[in-house]
Design a protein around this ligand. Structure first.
Ligand code: HPA
Length: 271
């Protein structure tokens, strides 16, 4: 029997189950967005370093990591404060570890968030984008080498990867909270460079609205494992903007993150 490459070490699943026996939703909190995890109560925090299968990589400021298990708005969640990106030198499969652990722990839904650059001229810093679809421009796919589920194939459909029912729920929650929500297509690039102006022009021409360096591997793996996905980008800058720095991205994330946190709580209450 071949090792299922999408599995995670049994010790990691046991560790999570000891903290939270039946989590329903996993939340991945991107750059500057980790505040939501502070609302988990009662909470058990597991440093990423204590999870055997968590990909080891160089630390990037703003991406410090731990997994917070507990209840959020009445729902048992696994909240990943930070993630490992492929640009840190890990594979797409490794970068998708949160989705693999979430599925192994029994989560039905994966909510992903990220900081992203605005590609569409209609988006401004601080806008919250409900991801309607993505374009995988990372040059790789986490399912490479995966034979598919028992008796199946690896050809996972990616139509409606971002669950239409959950997106409708997100819109309802946003309206109730009076939070403006834009729809957009997320382009996932490998990084770690920000985009050249020519690349931003290219992204616009292929239909991308926001651009970032994460999310795509996690979403692909979640869909392969039958987990429903909801995704949000927080626009922290205009892609290829002048003097773009990681500090500015983090600061913009902090300012607008309050609204996104409130929106996610409102969605969880409606699940
Ligand atoms: N490009 C890619 N990734 C990003 C950006 C960007 O402009 N902003 C935040 N993450």
């Amino acid at each position: 029997m071949t090792q299922d490459i999408l599995s995670v070490p049994g010790a990691d699943v046991a560790r999570v189950r000891a903290a939270s026996p039946a989590p329903r939703v996993a939340v991945v909190l991107g750059s500057g967005l980790s505040g939501l995890a502070e609302a988990v109560s009662p909470a058990t925090a597991i440093p990423f370093a204590e999870l055997e299968g968590f990909p080891r990589a160089e630390r990037v400021a703003g991406h410090a990591g731990r997994l917070v298990c507990g209840a959020l708005a009445g729902v048992d969640v696994l909240a990943f404060q930070g993630r490992t990106h492929q640009y840190q030198g890990v594979s797409a499969l490794a970068a998708a570890y949160p989705a693999r652990l979430a599925a192994a722990a029994g989560c039905e839904v994966l909510m992903v968030t990220n900081a992203a650059g605005g590609v569409s001229g209609e988006l401004a810093t601080g806008d919250i984008v409900l991801i309607s679809d993505h374009i995988n421009l990372m040059g790789t796919n986490p399912l490479v080498g995966w034979p598919g589920p028992e008796g199946g194939t690896p050809f996972v459909p990616m139509r409606d990867a971002y669950d239409p029912g959950l997106r409708a729920l997100a819109r309802t929650a946003a309206a109730a909270e009076r939070i403006e929500l834009r729809d957009g297509v997320y382009a996932g690039l490998l990084g770690p460079t920000y985009e050249t102006p020519a690349e931003v022009g290219y992204l616009r021409s292929v239909g991308a609205d926001v651009v970032g360096m994460s999310t795509v591997p996690e979403v692909i793996v979640a869909r392969a494992l039958g987990v429903r996905v909801l995704g949000f980008s927080l626009v922290t800058n205009s892609a290829a903007g002048e003097g773009l720095s990681h500090d500015e991205v983090l600061e913009a994330g902090r300012v607008a993150a309050g609204d996104l946190t409130r929106l996610m709580l409102a969605i969880l209450r409606r699940l």
